[in-house]
Design a protein around this ligand. Structure first.
Ligand code: AHR
Length: 501
């Protein structure tokens, strides 16, 4: 029998960190693998609507609850000609996609993406190609998308059937421009200057834009920090966000460190904020640059890099990671970090949405189902709205090779708009269950107390085509309230959504 441990948290609805930004629950659709084709878009599928969108997938996306979707990449955008994806489908060219070594048919493009966003009710987040292209093409795209009419590009949009401008507010200025794998990789000085010019010129067309400059591709990049400092020195007054990307996987069988991946995300956020604020201070600016954490997830990247991939095929199976119960708990812990830091992380995108390192999987011509990671995201998006509260926590530690001693309990509390409170809590310890005590003294009276728990005796348990509902959250009845203290039993390696209403 594993040792039983206790942790305690306290919070007060009057003491808040920040409002949860609407854009925190973003996701990402890249032209990559089967995210678009046979993922969200499959005109021949039995459930397809008149726009070729899979209704079964649309239903799952609505249940997942993303608020914003980034498009069309990712690495893909750095070789993309957006004009290829608009106008009559029969005239659209087939192109080599160098980023992923496949053939792009362009049967899905900007107009289809905008229909998709309207159908699921999410904000579009559009990236411009600053790899093979630059300022002029970015301006053409913006004019096509956002100008009402009476000019070449805006009238072209209207001739394609979209009379009203799209009004896309959020734009990424390129993608991972420091990465050697990126088509058109740049130095920080080159990129910072281009980002500044593109941003200033885009604002001449539309002064209501929110613009994201590329940060380094990960915290592990050798130029991390120096890149952000140089890019922002060049573009500080013309952009609103700096991006951050992070993917986690177990390294060499070290699952304890994997469970504590959020430690790295915390350090990443600290580093980007410190760097951005240092640039702002040096420039004597009153403005704050926030983080768009526009790619985050668990991703088994080694498996992808080690495998052979067929070249120039259409929409092959790429990056189709199948997530375990353990992955879902780590994923939940990353979500908790984003919520805890949402005073400065004011946009974020789960990479990606369907089939490609995704919470939703599909079979071409077949069913769609929820991966294990679907559940923490859906619960956080549904119940993590309102104000993040300051939480004081006292929790036992467990040892990790990578981060030293780490608190087993990782949690955040949100005061919801309807007066209820949600606590998201992860027990990161793989062996020991934990009794979580919540000091209820400063909470309003409540009559409804529930906990939904995702865990599994087999950390490797997964949802698959054959068994799509193997892992799902269950009601946790192990709750008591005594002497003003709520006590909930959190199993080892578990994600928990506690509702106090
Ligand atoms: O999300 C998969 C890839 O990861 C994206 O295309 C790229 O931006 C990142 O390296």
């Amino acid at each position: 029998m594993a040792d039983h441990q206790r942790a305690r948290i306290e919070f007060d609805p009057r003491f808040t960190v920040a409002d949860v930004p609407e854009r925190l629950f973003g996701s990402f659709v890249e032209h990559l693998g089967r995210c678009v084709y046979t993922g969200i878009y499959e005109p021949d599928h039995a459930s397809a609507n008149e726009d070729g969108l899979r209704q079964d997938v649309l239903d799952l996306i609505r249940e997942l609850g993303p608020t914003m979707i980034r498009y069309p990449g990712g690495n893909f955008v750095s070789g993309y000609r957006w004009e290829d994806g608009v106008g009559p489908k029969e005239d659209r060219p087939r192109r080599l996609d160098l980023a992923w070594g496949v053939t792009e048919t362009n049967q899905f493009g900007l107009g289809e993406f905008m229909k998709f966003c309207r159908t699921v009710g999410v904000e579009p987040n559009m990236a411009v190609n600053l790899g093979t292209r630059g300022l002029q093409e970015a301006l053409d795209l913006l004019e096509y998308a956002n100008h009402p009419g009476g000019t070449y590009w805006s009238d072209l949009r209207r001739s394609h059937g979209d009379e009203e401008p799209y009004g896309i507010k959020l734009w990424c200025l390129g993608n991972e421009m420091d990465g050697p794998w990126q088509i058109g990789q740049r130095t920080a000085t080159e990129y910072g200057r281009i980002a500044d010019q593109v941003a200033r010129s885009m604002r001449m067309i539309d002064d209501k834009l929110d613009l994201v400059a590329c940060g380094s591709s990960s915290r592990g990049m050798p130029q991390f920090g120096a890149w952000e400092a140089e890019v922002l020195t060049q573009s500080y007054e013309s952009v609103d966000y700096i991006s951050a990307h992070a993917y986690y996987q177990p390294e060499g069988g070290d699952f304890a460190s994997f469970m504590a991946s959020a430690q790295d995300m915390e350090l990443f956020i600290d580093g980007v904020i410190a760097t951005a604020d240092a640039v702002g201070a040096k420039l004597k600016s009153d403005k704050k640059i926030n983080i768009s954490f526009d790619e985050w997830n668990v991703w088994y990247q080694h498996a992808w890099h080690e495998a052979e991939h067929a070249k120039w095929v259409e929409a092959p199976r790429q990056l189709e990671d199948v997530y375990s119960a353990m992955d879902a708990v780590v994923f939940g812990s990353l979500l908790i970090t984003l919520l805890r830091r949402c005073d400065r992380v004011t946009a974020a995108c789960l990479a990606q949405l369907v089939n490609v390192i995704a919470p939703i999987m599909t079979e071409p011509g077949g069913p769609a189902w929820r991966q294990t990671t679907f559940f923490p995201f859906a619960e956080a998006s549904k119940f993590g709205r309102g104000k993040v509260l300051r939480v004081n926590a006292d929790a036992p530690a467990f040892h990790t090779e990578r981060f030293g001693d780490v608190a087993a309990l990782h949690s955040v509390a949100v005061a919801n708009e309807d007066g209820s409170i949600t606590v998201f809590a992860v027990n990161r310890n793989l062996e020991h269950p934990l009794t979580l005590e919540i000091d209820a003294a400063s909470l309003p009276t409540f009559s409804d107390l529930t906990c939904s728990t995702l865990t599994d005796e087999d950390p490797n348990a997964k949802n698959t085509l054959e068994n799509p509902t193997r892992v799902a959250p269950k009601a946790n009845e192990d709750i008591t309230v005594k002497d003003g203290v709520i006590a909930i039993e959190l199993p080892a390696m578990s994600w928990n959504t506690i509702r106090i209403a």
